[in-house]
Write a new protein. Structure first.
Length: 392
């Protein structure tokens, strides 16, 4: 169902609170290391700018645990945003209280101010009514454009829409539109390419594809318990305890729903005392060997399956992609996807950054800015921050 949109909102001369997801990585020198999430907010901010709104930017950064920790200050983010907008975006020293009130009261039409990190206050993550009231007094209306935070029932995502006239911004509209292709309008064959590490965290995502995706390609450490369930030992590779029954149930469910599960048949590993990786079949990993990537036969198999696909969802590397010795599996598989016609979506965590670092971003028609929010949306869950916005 469509949500009330910024496109039709009256904002001229109004104090507009706009919630963005500016939770970007910083360098050790306090500079923005990856500005993609900032860039993605520009259409909404430029619309507010040209519409002569008085824009008050809200965001979080990192996990300061409800305390004022200046390592997580939004000032580096505001500097980069100022450069991108071509006008100053000053930062108030707090997001509530006299500092915020003074910063907002001085705004003129078409100007911006950014309030300091919402998570410096425990009331943000607790959705504390008193904190919501303090935030809401700063604005006259609210724009939700922090797609990456919509799965959190926080003060700035579900509290504010209940106190102010609210709508969604252009990024949230785009994310919902594009990711809905994977929930509601899938062109088959539909392949989910899944990697990463902790199986416990990924099992709900894997299960959500049963009966929806035609094929699951599983790599990375995510594949380890499934390979062990099929008889591989994998040497000294990490083992998550207590997953045996869940993995067995998953594989049984996959068979009953007609979703094919394809696992690695060979791997790249390190043997003790040797710095050089070697390739081995999954059933011939030496006892002390540790697996770090999928092997060439698996890359070819995954590429063959992807070549027949019409829709692809990718989440998570297929090996330890941050290490050049173990990046080839992820790079080769995603590169093969670049020549395949269809609709390809990257979502979750650092997937977009990994694709960019490996030079294969062009394989995707859409890369979501959301981590947990994108995954929960694709899984079919309701996002609290989205549900809080009135329908169109």
């Amino acid at each position: 169902m469509e949500k009330r949109s910024l496109r039709s909102a009256a904002v001229r001369g109004r104090r507009v609170l706009v919630r963005l997801d500016l939770n970007v990585p910083l360098t050790e020198h306090g500079l923005v290391a990856d500005d993609r999430r900032i860039v993605e907010t520009l259409p909404t901010l430029q619309h507010l700018q040209t519409s002569m709104a008085r824009t008050i930017v809200l965001s979080h950064l990192g996990r300061p645990e409800g305390k004022r920790d200046m390592r997580y200050s939004l000032r580096p983010v505001a500097r980069r945003l100022s450069e991108l907008l071509g006008q100053p975006v000053p930062v108030a020293s707090d997001c509530v209280g006299i500092a915020a009130i003074n910063a907002v009261s001085g705004l003129k039409n078409g100007e911006f101010v950014m309030l300091e990190n919402l998570r410096f206050h425990p009331g943000e993550e607790a959705n504390d009514p008193a904190f919501v009231a303090q935030l809401s007094q700063l604005g006259e209306s609210f724009v939700e454009d922090a797609f990456g935070a919509l799965h959190r029932a926080h003060a700035s995502t579900v509290g504010l829409p209940h106190r102010l006239p609210s709508c969604v911004g252009f990024l949230v509209e785009k994310e919902v539109r594009e990711l809905s292709h994977l929930r509601d309008q899938v062109d088959r064959p539909y392949v989910a390419l899944l990697g990463g590490a902790k199986v416990t965290d990924k099992l709900p995502l894997l299960a959500s594809f049963l009966g929806k995706a035609d094929v699951l390609l599983i790599g990375g450490a995510l594949a380890f318990p499934f390979l062990r369930a099929r008889g591989a030992t994998l040497g000294a590779s990490p083992r998550e305890p207590g997953l045996e029954s869940a993995v067995t149930e998953f594989l049984t469910a996959a068979q009953s729903t007609g979703t094919e599960v394809i696992l690695p048949e060979d791997v790249v590993l390190l043997a003790p005392g040797s710095p050089d990786p070697v390739v081995a079949p999954v059933r011939e990993v030496p006892d002390a060997g540790a697996v770090f990537d999928i092997g060439p036969a698996t890359r070819a198999k995954f590429a063959e399956v992807l070549a027949r696909s019409h829709t692809v969802f990718w989440n998570g590397p297929l090996g330890k992609a941050e290490d050049p010795r173990f990046a080839e599996g992820t790079r080769a598989v995603l590169a093969s996807l670049g020549s395949v016609a269809g609709y390809h979506v990257s979502a979750g965590g650092d997937s977009a950054r990994i694709a960019q670092d490996l030079g294969v971003s062009g394989a995707f028609q859409y890369s979501s800015t959301g981590g947990g929010a994108a995954l929960e949306f694709v899984e079919g869950h309701e996002l609290p921050g989205l549900a809080a916005i009135p329908d169109a």
